[in-house]
Design a protein around this ligand. Structure first.
Ligand code: 1YM
Length: 655
């Protein structure tokens, strides 16, 4: 890696900060909570870069009582010397010039993340104030603030109160401190979320082996100590894999991995198989999660399949006359982390979290082949590869056995849903983008929904019993379950790796279950099924949870519905004296008019869209909730689940 002495001289300069104030969304995505956290990540990213380049080993993030946040690293400190083009210090340039920074200089080997690496000046532009201290022999300080200039009748943002001051105060410390207060006039909310911050810092600690990251939350009552969390993983990605596999049974004790640089791309991967049947790969580009995948994941998977088939042949486990195993066989029960660092990253996809750089594919494929071949030649790893291959062979066997069941499901699809007769009440409309499928708990509620629905666009699929809990089940067991088969053929888009979102017959798939424990269980089972076998349905935004009301508050002809306990109080006040309350124990208790008004009418109903913002959280939760480890499930439910509040649960799964 070329290393070069860096000074304020080589900073490239593009434009001023007003642009950021005018269109914050263009720089930070949104002015919601995501955007708020984004301006913190900009600063954290710079500290992480400094650590990744080997100059810092500790980062402290503090959430202060007054709503401000600070980030401290023990690196070289942002350059304090004067940039000759600008005539001001490097620090001042970094915080006042858009796109200023070492990152944009070709000679400087640095990869940055964010949306995407727009820089610290964006944080400054969107803050009420921002203060920087640089510790380099002496302490250097500079402060910026935003205000309305009455004379100019103009909003001024990120304006330095003076140039960088060398206080001449001696210091033994090294590094940079950036302290800022997000501007409440910019963001919908200026409250940093502890969970969001700690989760991301933990992820960064896994991705940056050995780096000590501390999170302090000072926003606690006067008499309490600040909350302090410390993350440091000397095993890096290996620790990450072990963490992801908590609650599962690994096939071999230590994860295996490889790290290499190929064609200017830094590539590292770690993997460990468990006795589960599904696969979870987590990929990152420049420390940013890429849940939508992309060329790096394609290369990774191709490499894995090729290398493991080769190893299976040379080891004699795969005979000459036997055909190659398929990628999905090798990925059964696989937990993998792939992280790459490269320049000129192109993000694509629905949420801009898919790597679009085609040139990344083959270096990664080659790295995986090289890595696995190297490991396989080592006697210590011989047994591990044997276990991986044997598991894949078992998977292949199951796959072939499942083909039969698959054919049945396919037949169901082509012969106009023969298997569904008497079950699915289809809709008459032909425009799939308008069509909705309600998966309804229970035959009687299904019957009510059938009468209540709008026939043209709303189809009803009643579930008689509980569908199968698919976690821990082999594919052929999953397919043997009638309820599951019915869902697959009703949606018409296949399942698993063959799932094709383009064939989906309903653009809204709505789960409608009672607001009680049984209903919660059914929701969990269905979510697990969709998460494991039709994930695209979730990532594409097609899956919803319908929320039936919990109460009817009424007096004579005046009826109000309440969807939770808080709302109940409001509705009681609206109806006024003499009100009566009916608590709905299930969907089946509602008349067709009531079900229509409260739960099915697109104008009045409450739907929650299921999404996976945090795939790692989702993975761990699905394992905990639906796996066969009873203690893990009990612990999780005791900690998180509140059976009365459906949306509470969903917020958790809207991870
Ligand atoms: C709390 C946030 O910003 N640390 C930080 C930033 C920089 C450096 C060191 C640094 C980088 C380089 C050379 C280089 C930055 N410098 C610049 C720029 N922590 C935090 N620590 N010397 C120091 O990239 O070569 C931008 S960020 F542009 F001035 F070099």
């Amino acid at each position: 890696m070329p290393k070069q002495e860096y000074s304020a001289e080589n900073i490239t300069i593009l434009e001023g900060l007003d642009a950021v104030r005018i269109r914050p969304g263009m720089y930070i995505g949104s002015t919601g909570v995501k955007g708020l956290h984004h301006i913190l990540w900009e600063i954290v990213d710079n500290a992480i870069d400094e650590a990744a380049n080997g100059h810092a080993n500790s980062i402290i993030v503090t959430l202060h009582k007054d709503g401000s946040a600070s980030v401290r690293d023990n690196g070289r400190g942002i350059p304090t010397d004067i940039n000759s083009k600008m005539g001001i210090s490097g620090v001042e340039v970094v915080f006042t010039q858009l796109h200023a920074g070492g990152k944009f200089n070709e000679n400087n080997y640095s990869f940055s993340g964010g949306l995407h690496g727009v820089g610290a000046s964006v944080t400054n532009a969107l803050s009420e104030w921002l203060k920087v201290e640089v510790y380099r022999d002496t302490i250097h300080k500079i402060s910026f603030h935003s205000y309305f200039d009455k004379e100019k009748e103009k909003f001024m943002c990120g304006i330095p109160e003076s140039h960088l001051i060398d206080t001449k105060e001696k210091t033994q410390e090294k590094g940079t401190l950036v302290h800022f207060k997000p501007d409440a006039a910019v963001f919908d909310s200026v409250l940093f979320n502890f969970e969001t911050v700690s989760k991301r810092l933990k992820e960064l600690a896994f991705l940056n082996k050995g780096l000590a990251i501390t999170l302090l939350d000072e926003r606690v009552p006067e008499d309490r100590q600040p909350i302090a969390i410390h993350y440091q993983f000397d095993g890096g990605l290996y620790d990450f894999a072990i963490y992801l596999n908590e609650g599962k049974t690994p096939l071999y004790k230590e994860p295996i991995g490889y790290k290499v640089e190929k064609d200017g791309i830094l590539i590292e991967f770690v993997l460990q198989h468990t006795d589960e049947f599904t696969e979870s790969t987590f990929s990152f580009v420049n420390n940013i999660p890429t849940p939508e995948g992309g060329y790096h994941e394609t290369g990774f998977k191709a490499g894995l399949t090729k290398a493991l088939n080769d190893i299976a042949r040379t080891s004699g486990l795969l005979k000459e006359k036997e055909s190659n195993l398929m990628g999905e066989d090798f990925r059964e029960g696989l937990t993998a982390i792939l992280t790459i660092k490269m320049k000129n990253v192109q993000f694509e996809g629905q949420t801009k979290t898919k790597l679009g750089n085609a040139e990344a594919r083959s270096p990664i494929e080659n790295a995986v082949i090289e890595g696995l071949q190297t490991l396989a030649q080592n006697q210590d790893f011989k047994i591990i590869f044997e276990q991986i291959i044997k598991k894949a062979q078992a998977a292949a066997k199951a796959r072939l056995a499942a083909k039969q069941a698959k054919d049945i499901a396919r037949a169901g699809k082509s012969i106009e849903n023969i298997t569904l007769v008497g079950k699915l009440w289809g809709c008459t409309g032909k425009r799939v983008e308008l069509n909705e499928l309600f998966i309804v708990e229970g035959n009687s509620a299904g019957g009510t929904a059938k009468k209540a629905r709008m026939r043209q666009t709303q189809a009803i699929l009643p579930l008689r019993g509980k569908p199968l809990n698919v976690e821990k089940k082999k594919i052929e067991q999953v397919l043997a379950n009638e309820e599951i088969r019915t869902i697959i053929s009703a949606l018409g888009a296949g399942y698993g790796s063959a799932f094709s979102i383009d064939d989906l017959k309903y653009h809204k798939v709505i789960i409608l279950a009672d607001a009680d424990q049984d209903g919660m269980h059914i929701r969990c089972i269905l979510l697990t099924f969709f998460y494991r076998y039709m994930r695209k349905l979730i990532t594409n935004g097609n899956l919803y949870i319908g929320l039936p009301p919990l109460y009817k508050v009424y007096k004579k002809d005046h009826i109000e519905y309440a969807y939770d306990d808080n709302e109940l109080q409001e509705k009681i006040e609206i109806v006024g004296r003499g009100y009566q309350i009916q608590r709905y124990k299930g969907l089946g208790e509602m008349s067709e008019e009531q079900l229509w008004e409260t739960t099915m009418d697109p104008k009045r109903r409450n739907l929650i869209q299921v999404c996976i913002e945090d795939a790692i959280g989702a993975e761990r939760m699905v394992t905990a909730l639906m796996g066969n480890r009873v203690e893990a499930r009990k612990e999780f439910l005791a900690e998180k689940a509140n059976f009365n509040k459906v949306d509470n649960f969903m917020n958790k799964i809207t991870i």
